[in-house]
Design a protein around this ligand. Structure first.
Ligand SMILES: Cc1ncc(COP(=O)(O)O)c(C=O)c1O
Length: 316
């Protein structure tokens, strides 16, 4: 059973008022899903919560999933599995030595088993025969695809939209996009006058349109969707000095810490869109803080940033 009292729901909406938003007459709000829970935050909670009824009803004992060595999804899922008292079998792309990294070493040891796969084998993570082989090892198990991708992953966004609609009248939801589940979950639950804009965290992300579409029950909802593919900053988990400066400035001026892989790039993109008059004056935009802050430790470990940068970000 999940201990929901430890979850801060509904998550607050923070108004982000900058010179840019004021100049363009935009009402920008950040849905602070990063504050939902220390370890199970952001869209991870929204996505994984949709799988919990199935796990409980079918008395699942083993959850199987996939992710990179610094995966936010695996990190959050491991903590959910601990709360549900089920075992997580996490298939990780990379070397066994990464089990000591900042992400995987913070997964509860009592409930997490790692299996490390080389890049070629990891590519088979969607193949039916490969998945059948894995599942055969664990009776009473559930496979949750990488990133929580799947129809169950959409369910939790109904609550998010209900929360927002009680908080303000929202015209646009703005979110980063990895697997496409979050964008699809928003699209599935928005009302006809609302729109969803997403920024791909990967290079050449145009294929993600099909991933989002595949998850939707009503494909016409794609008319309310816009995907931006030019804000990956060199590729997944790559950063530039410009992005790091932007993230630091947002953190210091607004008490808002973004993650380095998804939300910092998405907010950068949103600011460019506002500056380019993409939105009519008076528009209400809700930017989804999808969490992922644990990713900073991984950036530090890989020396992509240094401790001084993190100190400046967190202790201003
Ligand atoms: C912090 C963060 N933001 C955004 C995403 C992308 O979400 P999705 O995979 O649902 O597109 C992820 C991946 O789960 C994430 O960890």
């Amino acid at each position: 059973m999940i201990q929901t009292p430890s979850f801060s729901l509904p998550s607050p909406l923070q108004k982000l008022s900058t010179q840019l938003t004021q100049q363009h007459g935009i009402n920008l709000y950040v849905k602070r899903d990063d504050l939902i829970h220390r370890d199970i935050s952001g869209n991870k909670w929204r996505k994984i919560s949709g799988y919990i009824p199935y796990i409980e009803q079918h008395q699942i004992k083993h959850v199987i999933s996939f992710g990179g060595a610094f995966s936010n999804h695996i990190h959050a899922l491991a903590h959910v599995c601990q709360q549900l008292d089920v075992q997580l079998h996490a298939y990780i792309r990379g070397e066994a030595s990464s089990k000591n990294n900042a992400t995987l070493s913070h997964c509860p040891k009592s409930h997490t088993h790692f299996e490390f796969l080389d890049r070629q084998t990891y590519k088979r993570r969607h193949d039916a025969d490969f998945l059948a082989q894995i599942k055969a090892q664990f009776p009473n198990s559930l496979i949750i695809p990488e990133g929580g991708f799947g129809q169950c992953g959409l369910v939790g966004f109904k609550q998010l939209i209900e929360e927002v609609n009680k908080q303000i009248k929202c015209d646009y939801f703005f979110t980063p996009l990895g697997s496409g589940t979050t964008a699809a979950g928003l699209l599935e639950n928005i009302s006809p006058q609302q729109k969803v804009i997403a920024t791909a965290a990967v290079k050449n992300g145009i294929y993600l349109i099909d991933e989002v579409k595949a998850l939707l029950t009503d494909k016409k909802k794609m008319n309310a969707f816009e995907l931006l593919t030019d804000y990956h900053f060199g590729g997944f988990a790559k950063v530039s000095p410009e992005l790091l400066n932007f993230t630091l400035q947002i953190g210091q001026q607004n008490q808002l810490i973004l993650d380095p892989i998804y939300t910092s790039k998405a907010l950068f993109a949103l600011f460019e869109l506002i500056a380019a008059n993409h939105f009519a004056a008076g528009s209400n935009i809700v930017f989804l803080h999808t969490g992922g802050l644990q990713g900073w430790q991984g950036m530090l470990e890989r020396k992509i940033i240094n401790q001084t940068y993190l100190d400046n970000l967190y202790n201003h």
